[in-house]
Design a protein around this ligand. Structure first.
Ligand code: ADP
Ligand code: MG
Length: 678
């Protein structure tokens, strides 16, 4: 029996060549094809030419007044022309290079013509003429997003053919009860209305159905995955409560309430017999590191090893140094394993890890190489998790005896979205900054105000502050970035000589060079650090209180927020200077947002509004799922409802045995193992 899982070549007219073209749009099965929904609809509602502007795209309904005339010029070029009575107006209609139209159009015929209005000539330059079922036309022409490999018309035709062939074999996935409650369509009708709308309201209802279905299936998969994880064997880490408490007492500051809450959430998971899979979200500077330290300590009191993986050597090194300090008076011994460690030393380190002599291993992705064997890995922590691919995270999850996993991120995602779209993870959020933090004062200056900025830097340096200067970002040219940063560092070395020392940091330096500069900056031997964006993540020097960013409008909001987060980490008032002459409204809006707020969640929300969720959440590398129809921001309420419905369905283990649920159960089995992120 034909099934939607058939390859596209099962559709009449689709040969190997077209299949290849379709594959470039990630269309491989009939189902992919049928759910490749239009990106937009061309407006085809008939309008009155009297109100049309020159060059406007429009659709006009009328009666053909004259037999079409074909003129041909040269090889393959032609024009079909006729007069059209529309309302009280007579206009000229011309079609270029579609001579076959002449055969289908005759005088006195009622038609809809779509095209571009040429006002001076009172002419419609036609793109399409509709001769049938004029009253059933919805006025919406489906337009698909295509690429250079495939033509719009080819895709339209192929989808039409696939639908004709498979219409009878489209099972409805959504349970009857939900469809009734929300007045959703059968899947067959939904697909028909989205591709070939006959009516505006039906098309709208179809979109609603598709969005809900997409959310529901997504949440069902996430929740099923989570359930499966919970049922699989994990470690139950019996940490020593008293020792953990005693350790917390040694921390030189009081934990914020938010920190206390997430520590409890994490500890509960450690103790539970399932594999922890938790995402810790907290704005830059909210104090995730100390939370991680407590979790590390807890796992170690239970006799386990802990691995902490960071995306860059700088960050890994910094973590190792800080944690070594934090754990100085404890039995925790820290090892640093990065690509930069010399082979001999690395080999020795691995031997110590395998023998269980080191219980906290900090490093980069070197930690997940096959060569690394852990004696007793109980907890794996991933810092700045969005910098890692799905594979790397999964590899860590599968190391040793399936350790508990804590993923940390400073990329703020509005709370509701985080909870609903990271459906297979539990989410902890630190939504409070340590007391006494003064909000960073942000100023936006034009390039010509550079002198004012430099004067300000000098004043600040005179008070003992340290300064970051981020050099202009030049897309796709690392060598230009490096040249720029180097030139800028020389410039500032002159400006600040002889009182202040200027250091340089960029991506082409060796790890040793980078580490040396960072050390000097941390120690205060360098007061000004000129850098490309390599300092973006995680670097922590509380004495650095001024951040100046060149061409700030070239950065996205999330990145600017990350950069700004390098300052404002201590008690002193911090400042961020944005040098920018934005050319676009978007660029201006970004600068204004940065000036107006330091709250990462507000910045993230604004980022969503400016870019649309497709861009913010759609990026594969960000580890967030992309939805085809639904918009997790605009349709958030629906997403939450779908999650609740999916959860209710799964709560009854017998659901799969009912006939009605067979298509849904089949769907879930097909997709359960592949997560949404693959
Ligand atoms: P992030 O969440 O960006 O990783 P960090 O963990 O690096 O933030 O913390 C930022 C700074 O705030 C560090 O210097 C840290 O010691 C300090 N800090 C963390 N928690 C508190 C707290 N509860 N009170 C005061 N300072 C804190
Ligand atoms: Mg951090």
């Amino acid at each position: 029996m034909p099934s939607l899982q058939d390859p596209v070549t099962a559709v009449r007219g689709v040969g190997p060549k077209l299949a290849e073209q379709l594959a470039t749009l990630e269309i491989e099965t009939v189902e992919d094809l049928l759910t490749y929904f239009p990106a937009r609809y061309d407006e085809m509602t008939p309008t009155n030419v009297q109100f049309a502007k020159d060059k406007q795209k429009l659709a006009v309904k009328g009666t053909v007044m004259s037999e079409p005339i074909i003129s041909r010029y040269g090889y393959r070029r032609s024009r079909v022309a006729f007069r059209l009575l529309t309302g009280m107006d007579v206009v000229q209609v011309t079609f270029f290079n579609q001579p076959y139209l002449a055969k289908n159009i005759t005088a006195n015929m009622d038609v809809i013509v779509t095209g571009t209005w040429d006002a001076p000539r009172q002419t419609i330059k036609g793109t399409k003429v509709i001769t049938k079922d004029l009253d059933q036309q919805s006025g919406m022409g489906a337009v698909y997003s295509v690429n250079k490999h495939i033509k719009q018309a080819t895709l339209q035709k192929t989808i039409r053919q696939a639908f004709t062939q498979y219409e009878r074999f489209i099972p409805t996935l959504l349970p009857v009860k939900l469809r009734q409650d929300y007045q959703l369509m059968e899947r067959r009708e939904m697909i028909a209305q989205l591709h070939f709308p006959t009516d505006r309201e039906l098309a709208q209802a179809a979109r609603r159905t598709a969005a809900y279905e997409e959310f529901f299936l997504f949440e069902l998969r996430m929740l099923a995955l989570r359930q499966a994880n919970r049922e699989a064997d994990g470690l139950s880490i019996q940490y020593h409560n008293d020792e953990v408490r005693a350790f917390i007492k040694t921390i030189p500051f009081e934990l914020t309430n938010a920190q206390k809450r997430v520590v409890n959430e994490i500890c509960r998971d450690l103790k539970a017999p399932y594999q922890m899979n938790r995402l810790l979200q907290g704005d830059v500077g909210s104090g995730k590191t100390i939370v991680a330290a407590i979790a590390i300590y807890a796992a170690i009191t239970a006799g386990y090893q802990v691995a902490l993986m960071a995306p860059t050597e700088i960050l890994a090194t910094q973590h190792a140094q800080k944690l070594a300090k934090v754990f100085a008076e404890t039995p925790v011994n820290v090892g640093l394993l990065t690509g930069g460690v010399k082979p001999k030393a690395a080999e020795q380190l691995r031997a110590q890890i395998a023998a269980g002599q080191i219980n906290l291993i900090v490093g980069t992705h070197a930690l997940i190489q096959d060569k690394v064997e852990y004696a007793n890995l109980g907890l794996a922590i991933i810092d700045e998790q969005h910098r890692f691919g799905v594979k790397q995270r999964q590899t860590l999850r599968e190391k040793g005896n399936h350790p508990d996993v804590l993923a940390m991120t400073a990329t703020p995602i509005p709370r509701t979205i985080a909870i609903t779209t990271y459906g297979e993870m539990d989410v902890s959020i630190i939504d409070e900054l340590p007391a006494g933090r003064q909000p960073i004062q942000t100023q936006w200056l034009q390039a010509k105000q550079l002198e004012t900025a430099v004067r300000f830097l000098k004043e600040q340096l005179a008070t003992g502050a340290q300064v970051y200067i981020v050099s202009p970002l030049i897309e796709e040219s690392e060598s230009l970035d490096v040249q720029n940063a180097t030139a800028l560092a020389e410039e500032y070395a002159e400006i600040f000589a002889p009182t202040y020392q200027v250091g340089l940091l960029h991506g082409r330096m060796t790890n040793d060079e980078k580490a040396a500069v960072m050390d000097q900056f941390q120690a205060g031997d360098i007061q000004v650090l000129v850098s490309t964006t390599v300092i973006e993540v995680g670097v922590d020097n509380p004495n650095a209180t001024v951040m100046m960013i060149y061409n700030a409008d070239r950065f996205g909001l999330a990145q600017l927020h990350q950069l700004r987060g390098r300052v404002g980490r201590g008690q002193r008032q911090s400042y961020c200077l944005l040098l920018a002459d934005p050319k676009t409204d978007d660029g201006k809006a970004r600068m204004e947002t940065m000036v107006a707020t330091t709250d990462g969640f507000v910045v993230a929300q604004r980022d969503l509004e400016l870019r649309g969720s497709g861009d913010v959440l759609g990026k594969r590398q960000s580890g967030m799922p992309a939805f085809k129809v639904g918009d997790p921001v605009a349709d958030l309420k629906m997403l939450q409802i779908a999650r609740r419905d999916a959860s209710e369905l799964l709560a009854n283990p017998a659901w799969e045995n009912t006939d009605e649920y067979q298509p849904l159960a089949l769907y879930l089995h097909r997709h359960q193992l592949a997560t949404h992120f693959d």
